[in-house]
Design a protein around this ligand. Structure first.
Ligand SMILES: [Zn+2]
Ligand SMILES: [Zn+2]
Length: 373
């Protein structure tokens, strides 16, 4: 990026914040309940890296046609500034009047005995080019980069939940491995790469991990790791039900999992651990294969996993955020297909198909002149 610095308007992120951003984002920052700001923003690694990404995105978008600046505002600046202004964000204890406070520390962390990416065997094995990687694996990335970046108040889990032994949680390993891969890829990207990494990958993944109903639900910084969440219970379907060895369109020899059942039992179940005993939280049916909707959704998830997982860059993060999370949330929903089943009592008769009265409206789709107007 050095060769580009000759053509930038501002010499560095400091000049950009001082001479541009502080004027553009003038806000009421005296009342902390509204918007927080730290006059020494440069003491916060998260603010430095976000604002640097924002500056680089600005230098890029100001040259992108008529709508470039609007895209910069709406897709980058507003999102980053909202996170910095958030009273629960990095400036939680700072204020415009009281100045900087150093109450937030890097996320506490105990080092795993094994490299984190391998400790559960679930992180995707897609190759990353070691020559172009800054960090050797997800464990080093989390310990030396991410934990400094996302400094949060984690002693009260209502604020942000965190487990110092995050690497004991399959879901955390899979998500953070995906965040690391996306980072190694996007940091080499053209100017808005780092901003996109933050907004499209790191922020949504961290939001799911920090969620007090997420994988760290029973862990805490004070009491440490607790092995309280079991894999989703699954019963094996009758043999004849899924005798097709591989999904259509995927060559059996090239897929990581041999079948949909294996994918659900060996991957989805350990990764998406939820508190499913109390169905007020999350519902799940151990006989998921009795539900057409679950079979179709999980089958599409498996196919997407086999394809996106081979993309060693942002593929796994995209799979988690754009595919797995939305599908799993539909399945986990009390009003979803498992509404009358439970992990405790097992499968109940599936909900019947949507009731329909027959109609001849679509009787002859070949003749368009009969179509309704
Ligand atoms: Zn834990
Ligand atoms: Zn069921």
């Amino acid at each position: 990026m050095d060769e580009q610095s000759a053509s930038t308007v501002y010499g560095n992120v400091g000049e950009f914040v001082e001479n541009y951003l502080s004027f553009v984002y003038a806000r009421q920052v005296k009342d902390r309940s509204d918007t927080v700001w730290c006059t020494e923003w440069w003491r916060h690694p998260e603010a430095v890296i976000r604002l640097e990404a924002l500056w680089r995105a600005w230098e890029y978008f100001r040259n992108v046609g008529l709508v470039g600046m609007s895209a910069w505002f709406l897709d980058h600046a507003d999102a980053h500034m909202r996170r910095l202004f958030d009273p629960r964000g990095p400036f939680r204890y700072c204020s415009a009047q009281g100045g900087h406070r150093t109450f937030l520390a890097p996320l506490p962390m105990e080092s795993p005995e094994l490299p984190a990416a391998n400790s559960s065997g679930l992180a995707h094995s897609a190759q990353v080019d070691p020559l172009h990687c800054v960090y050797a694996d997800a464990g080093q990335f989390v310990e030396n980069y991410l934990s400094l970046l996302y400094q949060r108040q984690v002693s009260d889990p209502n604020d942000a939940a965190w487990c110092p032994q995050w690497w004991r949680h399959a879901e955390a390993v899979v998500r953070l491995d995906a965040v690391w891969r996306a980072w190694e890829h996007l940091r080499q990207d053209s100017m808005p790469g780092m901003s996109r990494w933050f907004l499209d990958h790191a922020d949504p993944q961290m939001k799911r991990l920090f969620d007090h109903r997420g994988p760290f639900k029973y862990c805490g910084v004070r009491n440490g790791h607790r092995d309280a969440l079991e894999p989703l219970p699954v019963m094996s379907p009758p043999d004849a039900m899924f005798d097709k060895p591989a999904a259509e369109g995927l060559a059996a020899s090239s897929t990581h999992f041999e079948s949909l059942v294996q994918f659900v039992e060996d991957y989805v179940s350990p990764v998406y651990r939820r508190q499913v005993v109390d169905s007020n939280d999350t519902v799940w049916c151990p006989e998921w294969w009795m539900h057409t909707e679950a079979v179709v959704r999980l089958d599409t998830l498996w196919r997407a996993w086999e394809i996106l997982g081979r993309d060693g860059a942002t593929g796994m993060s995209v799979w988690l955020l754009d595919h797995a999370d939305p599908h799993m949330n539909e399945l986990f929903d009390q009003r979803g297909p498992f509404g009358s089943c439970s992990a405790r009592n097992g499968h109940r008769d599936s909900i019947p198909p949507l009731p329909l009265r027959t109609t001849n409206l679509f009787a002859s789709p070949e003749s368009p002149d009969q179509a309704p107007r």
